[in-house]
Each structure stands twice: as C-alpha cells, then as structure tokens.
Design a protein around this ligand. Structure first.
Ligand code: 3HC
Length: 697
C-alpha cells in the first residue's frame, strides 16, 4: 500500500490512517489505499475491528475537487463506502478538524463515528453545484430525519461535533483523543456490547408522511431558483423515503454525475479555486506582515462607519476621527445603530455589542491616532481633500504605521507623495456596506513596501474578507468593469430598451438587482462626480449618454431622495416607473436622432456580458488585473455577479470566446471606441483557449 493510507494493527484493531495533505481529500490514491487496507484488515485473523482516521489537520475534507471533470479512476468513493458498509468487522471513524462532503460520507458508511470536540462537520457539495454523491442524501435522513437532513445538505453549512451528536449524526464526542476512543468503541462493537445501527430500518422511515411533507415544503421554496443542485438534492431525499437504501444510492449517484457535468458546477468549482488563488501572492513570499492592533479611521460617513464596524468585529481597537464634533457624533451613532439592529435581529448578543463599542474611541484631533498601527482614510472622494489628509497623517502617524486610502477611483500615488512616506501607503478599497461586503481590493503603488502589501492581505483575512490585488487605474478592477456594464446598459436605454426591461433582464441573468436599481440604491451622484472629473480627458468622439446627467440635474439622485431612475413613494423599497424619466429618455433619443429599436432579454444580457468581459480583457492587457479569476472574484463579491455563473470571465469561457468576440465586433461597427474587442480575444481564440488558461495553475 502506498504512503497515502497507513496500515497498523494495535491490539486487535487495524488503524487505517489517511495522509494526503493539506486536507486529506479523497483522491484516487486515498480511495485505492482505503480499499486495500479494508481488504487486508478483513482477511487478517488478528484484526477484530477497524478504525479509519487521518493525519494532519483534518479527517478528509471531501472528494478531491480537482479530479472532477477528469476521467474517473476506480475505485470510486461509493465503492469504498460500500466495502465499509458490508465489512463483517466493525469499522469506526475517528473524526477531527473539518470533515466535509465525501469525507463525511465515508464516516457515515462506517458503523459508528467518534469526533473530537472541536470538529465541525458539513456537506457543502451544494456550494459546488453538486450533491453528496456517496450516500449522503440517503444515510443522513435515515440518521437525523428528513427535515434536519434537508437543512444540513441544502445549506451546506457545517455543524459542531456537539450539534452532530445531539442530532444523531455521530455517536460520541471525544474530549481527549478521538482515535483512542474510536478504538475502544470498535472493540466494544466487536464484542457485541454495542450494536451496529441498521440504516435499512431507520425510525424515521416509520413516518413517511412527515418525511415527504418536509420534502414538499423545501421543493416549494426552491421553485423560482435558477440553481440545479438544490432541486436534485430534494429529489434524492424524497427517494430516500420511497426506495430501499441501495436503490436510493444509485438514484443519488446518477444525479451527482449529471451535476458534475453541469456548467453551474463547473462555475462554482472555478469560484472555489479562484477565491483561494486571489489571496496567494507568491511575490510577497518572505515578507512578514506588520503587527496591527490599533486602527485609526479618518471619516465617519457611511464608508468610515462600515469600516469601523468591520474592524471592531475583527477584534481591533479603533480610533475614529472626524473634523467636527457633530459629524463625529453622527458617525458614532451610525455605528451604534448598526450594532443595535444586529442585537434586535438576534444576530448578536448585547454583551458582544458592548465589548465592541468599548474598543471604539472618537476624536476630532488627528493626533489621537498617533499610536495607530494602521490608519484608513475614508473622507470624501476629492483628491485635494485626501492629499490634505495624507499630509497630516505623514506628520502625526508613528514610524512604521501603514497609511491606507479607501478611495474608489483616485490615483493613490499623489496621496503617497503627500504623506512623505510612500513606502507605507497602500489602497484598501472597501465595498459598501463595508461591514457586510466580503471584498477588499488591495492596491499597492510601485513604492508600497512588501511587508505593507503582506499586511493588507493578512488584514483582509482577519476581517473575513477576500483580498484581491488590483493595479492602479481609475476605478480599479471592480469599478472599471462595473462602469462598462453600466455604460452598455445606458447605450441600450438610449437605443430603445426601457429601464424596466434592462433591470428585469439582468435580474433574470442572476443579479439580485438590475443596473438602474443598483444605481438608485448607491446614489446617482457618485458616478456623476466621476463623469465630471473625467470630462476634461474624455475622448470627444466617444459616445456619451447624457440621460443620467439630466436626472442628476433634476435632483433625481436615487432612493435616498425618493427619486432616481425610478420613483419611490414614501417608504417603498421597490421603485415605480416615472413618466418624467421616460420623457427625458425619449427627448434624448430625439436629440441624438436615434430611432428606438427592440431589445430582447437575451440581447440585453449578451451586450452587458460582452461589455464586462471586454473590460476585463483590457484590465489584463494593462496589467491591472493579475488573472481572469481575480476579476471574477471581484465581480462576485463586490457587485453580486451570480456566483453560479462563475464571474464574467468564466461565463465568457462557458459561452465561447469566439461568440463573444463576434458580438463585440458587430457592436464595434457602431461604436468602435467602446466595443472594439481586446486583442486578447484573437490570441485566445486562435489557440483554442479560454480565459481560464491565463489563471495561475
Ligand atoms: N479537494 C481538493 N482540494 C481541496 C479540497 C478538496 N475537497 N478542500 C480544500 N482543498 C485545498 C484548497 O484548495 C487549498 O489549497 P491551496 O492551499 O493550494 O490553496 C487547501 O486545500 C486548504 O484549503 P483552505 O485554504 O480552504 O483551508 P481552510 O482551513 O480555510 O478550510 C475547509 C478547510 C473548510 C475544508 C475548506 O477547504 C473547504 O471547505 N473545502 C471544500 C470542502 C468541500 O467542498 N468538500 C466537498 C467536495 S465534493 C464531494 O465531496 C463530493 C462527494 O459527495 C462525492
């Protein structure tokens, strides 16, 4: 047997120890090793019982995701699980760490399970567009009931060992050494002291009505969802009530194999690796992050308050600075309000809120931040104001403090120069609301010290955010791609589509809101200010849609004033079409000599996608984005691009780059400056490649 599964007999028990770092994924070598070990232990007259355990940080965290989509190699996981199930000698699993997916199914095929107290157990296949394909959908409801099984498998979220014990998923929690306790239990089972559970005869099968009612309830809740995996999970769990275990397993496996081949699962698997790729920064190897305990935040507006909450939640002490006492008090109230709402909704205990607020201090004197290890500037988006702040920070911050700007668009280099210590300066672009959104764009300048960059990535992790590196450009990765998306939407609006048609089409695509609904929520003034700032450098022959400017001039700044692209009658959360906006659009069409055309839902979706992908390709050409998967992560976590489509660059690969290139060329005949495809398309298409080929391996 190879190295991946160790075999050792102690007392009368064979220990099969999995060793496949980092997470003991059930790759072919592990499955083969387990099969060999089970046979050997079954044949060994000295062995009365078997324990399966793992070295390193965890019992297997699932099937090896990198093997999906490749030809499968026998034995597959269901075969190994069947060997365990049928083994005449008792087999006990000793769990620790983060067993997930196929690892949990392996344990469920064993005749009992013991877990260390710190273990968490989950079946997250749904998050990869899959379902548990090695018996999970059949064994879990037989052990814990259909309702609890649906909750566990459809959420994909883990439970603690204690919860798993209470539910009946495992048999014991070990305070000391789970392997030793598993060995003891296995021997007691071999001696007949503890019976094996018979899943053919689960008590939950005695009440098929409740089982099927739970299934029907979940099926109804999924009716509008575009996701395939949850529906197939519900089908499998229904089958569990109606078919014998073995037939249910076959049904489950067929559904699993269908899903593995689906675009949705390919996209979700892509995102799993893209998120892990984004935070790997090989060029920072060897740089030790600076220690951060005390954080200063300049500006207590919406962004400053959100960043403060994110930092307090992560355990930091925060000094918040505003220019006057009234603005400071309003900011602190905003922060307290965020926490009060969390307590009211039961998401946080009152003492946890109080502990966080106790770590916050507010000041009007920037000198109060003199002992901060990191200072984040979050004042208005105005270059002169920000330069002034950086001049002050350069003066008051202690040596070695990191000075960060939360600018969404501006060039960071002049701010770094103003501080007089450019090596300590970096961009940290949070997304609003900053305590909720999981993305942090990290923008180093050429001067940012390596340990400053490493600290930014470590900070993102500490804040439970995904840090993505972006090069310097107006809007960084996210706002550049998002602006292109918005621009395509505005072109179509002026050419004949309606606000509602575009928003509906993009909601159908999978965004939670359409581009105009988002613009109303964020406020039209942000993009307006940017357009004004760029007016002097704009190419005069580039197409310019003036409709949003006209809305802003009328004070239609979005939801906050009750009027934007839509009108929001008092308290309404969703907007209504407003004849004033419709009239402005019609006037602009006449003014531009545009004969309105019809746009289908598909036309709208294709043009928006083509615009995002072309902008993404340009960001690669300019070296702003390191790889396509970073762009995907930014769009999913910063702009709610549907995760199950994998991000725009992955969607482009799935649709075919040749088709997107043709769409861009057709559109470029009308508006070449915006639509001309990046040369990257030709290069990839010519070589039969997709954007995925540009991602780090
Ligand atoms: N297959 C292959 N690689 C895996 C993996 C898996 N199942 N799970 C994790 N990895 C890799 C990661 O890519 C990462 O690699 P890297 O260091 O090269 O980037 C490394 O293991 C460590 O992973 P994390 O950085 O995520 O480590 P954490 O400690 O933060 O998290 C974890 C550990 C909770 C186990 C997390 O890795 C995780 O959720 N993994 C995925 C679990 C999963 O989805 N399992 C189901 C797989 S599908 C399945 O089992 C089908 C079956 O039903 C038939």
């Amino acid at each position: 047997m190879g190295e991946t599964v160790g075999y050792r007999v102690t007392g009368d028990v064979a220990l099969l120890t999995i060793g496949n770092p980092p997470v003991n994924a059930l790759a072919h070598a592990v499955r083969a090793g387990l099969a060999t070990g089970l046979e050997r232990a079954g044949d060994d007259p000295e062995v009365r019982a078997i324990v399966i355990c793992a070295k390193g940080r965890t019992f297997p965290a699932g099937a090896d995701i990198t093997e999906f989509g490749k030809p499968s190699q026998a034995p597959n996981l269901p075969t190994v699980c069947a060997m365990i199930d049928m083994c005449e000698k008792p087999v006990v699993a000793a769990l620790h760490g983060t067993p997930r997916g196929g690892g949990v199914e392996l344990a469920l095929a064993c005749h009992a399970r013991v877990a260390s107290a710190a273990t968490t157990i989950g079946l997250p296949e749904v998050k990869l567009g899959l379902l548990p394909g090695a018996g999970g959908t059949q064994r879990v409801p037989r052990l814990i009931g259909a309702k609890a099984a649906l909750d566990l498998i459809l959420s994909g979220d883990p439970m603690t060992a204690k919860q798993a014990l209470a539910a009946g998923l495992i048999d014991a929690v070990s305070d000391k050494e789970p392997v030793k306790d598993a060995v003891d239990l296995a021997l007691r089972m071999a001696d007949g002291e503890v019976p094996r559970k018979d899943l053919q005869d689960s008590p939950y099968l005695a009440d098929p009505q409740s089982w099927l009612a739970a299934v029907a309830e979940r099926r109804a809740s999924l009716s509008g969802s575009p996701l395939k995996a949850p529906k197939r999970i519900v089908d499998c769990i229904e089958v569990g009530a109606l078919m014998p275990l073995e037939a249910g397993m076959k049904f489950e496996r067929a559904a699993f194999e269908d899903l593995v081949k689906s675009d949705q699962s390919a996209a979700l698997r892509h995102v799993f690796f893209a998120e892990r790729t984004a935070i790997k920064q090989p060029q920072l190897a060897g740089a030790t992050p600076r220690t951060i305990r005390q954080i200063g935040i300049v500006g207590a507006g919406l962004m400053g308050a959100g960043i403060t909450v994110a930092c307090l939640d992560a355990g930091y002490n925060v000094t918040l600075v505003e220019r006057d006492i009234d603005t400071l008090e309003a900011g602190v109230e905003r922060i307290i309000d965020i926490y009060d709402r969390a307590v009211d909704k039961g998401r946080m205990k009152a003492d946890a809120r109080d502990q966080r607020i106790a770590r916050l201090s507010g000041h009007t004197d920037p000198g109060a931040m003199a002992d901060a290890d990191l200072i984040v500037e979050a004042v208005v988006e105005d270059a002169r104001t920000k330069e002034g702040v950086f001049r002050t920070l350069g003066r008051i911050a202690k040596p070695g403090a990191i000075l960060a700007t939360n600018t969404s668009y501006l060039d960071i280099r002049p701010l770094a120069a103003a501080s007089g210590r450019p090596e300590d300066v970096i961009g940290l672009h949070f997304f609003s609301p900053a305590h909720v959104m999981p993305l942090l764009e990290i923008i180093p300048t050429d001067d940012s010290a390596k340990d400053v960059q490493a600290t930014a990535f470590a900070l993102a992790r500490q804040l439970r955010k995904i840090g993505v590196r972006s090069g310097m450009t107006d809007g960084f990765i996210g706002n550049r791609v998002n602006s292109a998306y918005r621009q395509a939407a505005e072109f179509m609006l002026e050419d004949g589509a309606s606000v509602v048609e575009i928003d509906t089409a993009m909601r159908d695509f999978g965004f939670p809101m359409g581009p105009f609904e988002v613009s109303d929520l964020a406020g039209l003034d942000i993009a307006w200010a940017r357009r004004q700032r760029l007016a002097a450098t704009r190419n005069p022959s580039a197409r310019y849609v003036a409709i949003p400017d006209r809305l802003c001039e009328l004070g239609r700044l979005g939801r906050k004033v009750g009027r934007g692209w839509y009108t929001y009658p008092r308290g309404a959360r969703s907007g209504q079409v407003d004849p004033e906006v419709t009239a402005i659009i019609a006037e602009e069409r006449v003014f531009q000599g545009i004969e309105p055309q019809k746009f289908s839902r598909e036309d709208i979706q294709q043009q928006c996608l083509a615009a995002m992908v072309n902008e993404g390709a340009k960001l690669l050409d300019e070296g702003v984005a390191r790889c396509p998967s970073d762009i995907d992560v930014v769009m999913i976590h910063g702009f709610a691009y549907p995760r199950w489509r994998g991000g725009p660059m992955q969607t482009a690969d799935a649709e075919g780059l040749f088709k997107i290139k043709r769409d861009l060329e057709r559109l470029a005949r009308e508006e070449p400056l915006f639509w001309t495809p990046s040369p990257r398309f030709d290069e990839l298409v010519k070589n039969g490649l997709g954007f995925a080929s540009l991602n780090p391996k």
